[in-house]
Design a protein around this ligand. Structure first.
Ligand SMILES: NC(=O)c1ccc[n+]([C@@H]2O[C@H](COP(=O)([O-])OP(=O)(O)OC[C@H]3O[C@@H](n4cnc5c(N)ncnc54)[C@H](OP(=O)(O)O)[C@@H]3O)[C@@H](O)[C@H]2O)c1
Length: 235
């Protein structure tokens, strides 16, 4: 029960990979709030739109009211809008960056006072293999994840004096959520599989256990790191 007594928020924790992460942190003893746009305001769920700072503020103050603090933020909510960049409607580009990049910043800014008060705050962001291996057809997504990795490093340096660590996991293809759409697309999966040494997708658990490490006291001296959870690349 490495997270006993800790309070965690997982954005996008109601579906796909986020749901597996939320379950894994719960199994490790944490009290976990799963937040997403469609989440009801009841039990361990809370509605939030990470693109809207006021909505994120309401989530954080709701968690403070109910649980008295916050120790762990997993900024997992993310979307993709496929299509070549040259023809991508700017509204879709904006949507991806607002969710995947600005959404992470909103969450960290809003949560920072509580994470500071925790004394051992943990932020885990969720990048992607596509940050370092961008894919034509997922350009906006790839760019957003590359930016998330830089955001993670800068925030790690800014917050280290407050006892907060900020790290990222960068999964390859996961057999959960949006990864299942890739697995169902023979052409795209064929291309991606060729760059994975394992030749297979990760299970949600394989990624969630890496998140658990970065969310736990075991990673106290790991900061500003991008942990690739992709089974290794095939060079
Ligand atoms: N699955 C993979 O293979 C894979 C690989 C690499 C990285 N990732 C990353 O892992 C994370 C989770 O992906 P997934 O595959 O689990 O995706 P998913 O199944 O589509 O789930 C996305 C989650 O994010 C929430 N969400 C989306 N927009 C939101 C917003 N504006 N505010 C709050 N919540 C929002 C969704 O709930 P609502 O619709 O209710 O808001 C949902 O719970 C993403 O950051 C993704 O980029 C996934």
């Amino acid at each position: 029960m490495v997270l006993k007594g800790r309070v965690a928020v997982v954005t996008g924790g109601t579906a796909g990979l986020g749901r597996v992460i939320a379950r894994t942190l719960t199994d490790a003893g944490a009290t976990v709030v799963s937040a997403s746009r469609g989440a009801p305001a009841s039990g361990d769920r809370f509605p939030v739109d990470v693109t809207d700072r006021a909505s994120v503020d309401a989530l954080v103050s709701g968690v403070q009211d109910r649980y008295g603090g916050l120790d762990i933020l997993v900024a997992n909510a993310g979307i993709s809008r496929p299509g070549p960049l040259v023809g991508l409607p700017v509204s879709q580009w904006d949507e991806v960056l607002a969710t995947n990049l600005t959404g992470v910043l909103h969450c960290v800014q809003a949560a920072a006072p509580l994470l500071r008060a925790s004394g051992a705050g943990r932020v885990v962001t969720v990048s992607s293999l596509l940050a370092r291996r961008p894919v034509v057809g997922a350009g906006a997504y790839s760019v957003s994840k590359a930016a998330v990795e830089t955001l993670t490093r800068v925030l790690a340096a800014e917050l280290s004096g407050d006892g907060i660590t900020v790290n990222a996991v960068a999964p390859g293809v996961v057999d959960e959520g949006m990864g299942r759409q890739i697995l169902a697309n023979e052409r795209l999966w064929g291309r991606l599989r060729g760059s994975l040494a394992s030749g297979r997708a990760a299970t949600g658990d394989e990624v969630a256990r890496a998140v658990l490490f970065l969310a736990s006291p075991d990673s106290s001296y790991v900061n500003g790191h991008v942990l690739h959870v992709d089974g290794g690349l095939d060079y």
